[in-house]
Design a protein around this ligand. Structure first.
Ligand code: L5Q
Ligand code: ZN
Ligand code: CA
Length: 575
């Protein structure tokens, strides 16, 4: 970006312009900005439209990524557009493609290409196969699609026994690269419910009927025959919950294994019991071996363990929040299973995300009751999973505090979302499970008023309270540099953005929860990086606000101004 002279800039609001390229390469933010004159973002241009249509630009761009002589076979393009959608929020256009060979799709291939308002390519993801046009793959099938389906059925029934009814089965000509060689195959996909649930993929060589490869996309073929049933159970808060689980038809026992279904996405949700195994031992076994604890079982379809029922149903609710509000398919955005284990440790006063799953202690009954009972706690832990799979903020010092804060912010927002649009604001973490013998004293942290809660005197903070201003931040070494302490500064900023208020003499006009969550989600997933600190958080939130609520006539929108004033109010000013 070329900067224009800044001599007339002094009275204008200075907002950093975070460029797409500097973000994706983790580069530094510009320290000054001239965009009040430039008015809008200057996106990175990877490929110029030059008057071509959107579709032509995408194909020409992708073709330019193919190395070697660009001699396409006469029969067609290497890239096929399979989805395109405009993002009205940002004025951008997003195209998804797969590769094909003589019109036959190539299994596992795919690219995304993002166009700006002028149809220029500003971002693209996905590998492009080199020299495909000069490769020779047979394209004439010698067997029919029905033959290939019969061959796949034979393989499936060898594995799981006679299938009376296939829920769905179909085949499609597909190029499949297996162990370095390209094959013309029929990809036969078959869904089964009984005698075992499966989503089988068979690659049948279309030239000779050999099965090149096969797998079950649900999980490895499960030799245990199961059937889905509806189960119930009381949660930690005494509320009856109803949820789908699977029953082992051999033993008649149901397990706490279910599915969170949203439209076309479905995520496995499995909940286990650590039988009070020590938290440190569990964390090691889980991290090293993928140990999740023991099955939670019932013979009656009534689950009698409230902690297990809460952990299970809360993880479904938090997943629904990320899916419905942010269009995110599970914590990794790729449908990863949601695993929770309850009864970790003896009276363990904590809950955690260990990089793979959620862990819940039972609490000592004084400081905490069963931590599985807080949906905001589940939202907090699961957001750590989202963060690991996006900005991956390093868990110490400022980046750790931003990590903790985003976990608190989305923990609160997910809980409010589950309670409904018109539910009262709740910017406290863990009010259901904190100090069970002192009802009505709120949670362990407050986003609305961090200073309403005390912290250990060991931190040496002003009045032994959580800080709500950058100047009061903790600079010692406890708690990995105060990740659970300094998070409160950013928590207060998020609260002010949503609800508004006067803070340290700065007036902030609230813009609602639903705008706040969009801004923070965009900042987290599109702008923040592993090393981001408070100033980066401010800049990322401002950039996200500007994307969603663009400047007009060189002036930031009301939403952007709110973000700026909220960060000013907590002393994160960029000065
Ligand atoms: C914390 C998650 C919660 N845990 N852990 C100190 O250690 C400190 C705070 C936490 F959901 F249980 F709150 O936030
Ligand atoms: Zn946390
Ligand atoms: Ca709460």
């Amino acid at each position: 970006m070329k900067k224009k002279k800044q001599n007339k800039m002094s009275k204008k609001v200075v907002i950093p312009a975070v460029l797409a390229l500097s973000v994706s390469f983790g580069g530094l933010l510009p320290t000054t900005s001239a965009f009040a004159e430039e008015q809008t973002n200057v996106p990175t241009v990877l490929f110029q439209a030059n008057g071509l249509s959107k579709q032509e630009v995408v194909k020409a761009f992708l073709q330019s990524q193919v190395a070697g002589p660009k001699t396409l076979s006469a029969s067609g393009d290497q890239f096929k557009i399979v989805n395109e959608e405009a993002d009205p929020a940002t004025g951008t256009y997003h195209v998804r493609t797969v590769e094909q060979y003589n019109g036959i799709p190539i299994y596992g291939s795919g690219q995304t290409v993002a166009l700006d308002a002028n149809n220029n390519v500003y971002a693209s993801f996905g590998k492009v196969t080199q020299r495909l046009a000069r490769t020779i793959i047979p394209t004439k099938a010698s067997i029919s699609k029905d033959d290939s389906i019969a061959i796949a059925k034979e393989g499936i029934e060898e594995k799981i026994g006679k299938v009376k009814n296939y829920d769905a089965i179909d085949g499609e000509l597909t190029i499949y690269n297996y162990q370095g060689q390209d094959y013309l195959t029929y990809l036969v996909k078959a869904s089964t419910a009984a005698p075992a649930p499966g989503y089988f993929h068979y690659f049948v060589d279309a030239t000779n009927g050999n099965v090149i490869d096969s797998f079950n996309a649900i999980h490895e073929a499960d030799p245990v025959p199961t059937t889905p049933v509806i189960a119930r159970g009381l949660d930690v808060n005494g509320i009856m919950q109803s949820f789908g689980v699977i029953k082992d038809t051999n033993t008649g026992k149901s397990l706490l294994h279910g599915t969170a279904v949203n439209g076309t996405n479905s995520v496995s949700v499995n909940t286990y019991d650590a039988h009070r195994m020590g938290e440190n031992g569990f964390i090691i076994l889980s991290g090293l071996l993928g140990f999740t604890g023991w099955e939670v079982e019932t013979k009656t379809n009534f689950f009698a363990d409230p902690a297990a029922v809460s952990a299970h149903t809360n993880s479904i609710k938090v997943n629904n929040y990320y899916q419905n509000i942010h269009k995110r398919n599970s914590l990794d955005a790729k449908g990863m299973p949601l695993i929770s284990t309850v009864h970790i440790g003896s009276k363990w006063n904590n809950a955690a995300w260990n990089g793979k799953q959620m862990l819940y202690g039972d609490g000592d009954g004084v400081y905490f009751s069963s931590l599985a009972g807080g949906m905001d706690v589940a939202g907090h832990e699961m957001t750590h999973g989202v963060i690991t799979n996006s900005a991956n903020l390093t868990y110490q010092d400022e980046s750790g505090a931003i990590n903790e804060s985003l976990a608190d912010i989305f923990g609160c927002l997910a809980q409010m979302n589950a309670r409904g649009l018109s539910s009262p604001a709740d910017w406290e973490i863990g009010e259901e499970i904190y100090t069970p013998n002192i009802p009505g004293d709120g949670g362990l942290r407050s986003l609305s008023d961090p200073r309403s809660k005390s912290v250990s005197a060991a931190y040496g903070l002003r009045d032994n309270r959580y800080p709500d201003h950058y100047q009061d931040r903790y600079l010692g070494e406890l708690d990995k540099g105060g990740v659970h302490i300094n998070s409160s500064i950013n928590n207060k900023a998020a609260y002010l953005i949503s609800e508004g208020g006067e803070h340290h003499g700065v007036n902030v006009t609230g813009i609602t929860r639903s705008k706040t969550e969009k801004i923070y989600y965009r900042a987290l997933t599109k702008y923040l990086t592993a090393s981001s600190g408070f100033i980066d958080m401010r800049n990322a939130a401002i950039q996200a606000a500007r994307d969603l609520y663009p400047d007009k006539n060189g002036q930031p929108s009301a939403e952007t101004k709110t973000v700026i004033s909220a960060y000013d109010a907590v002393g994160v000013t960029g000065q």
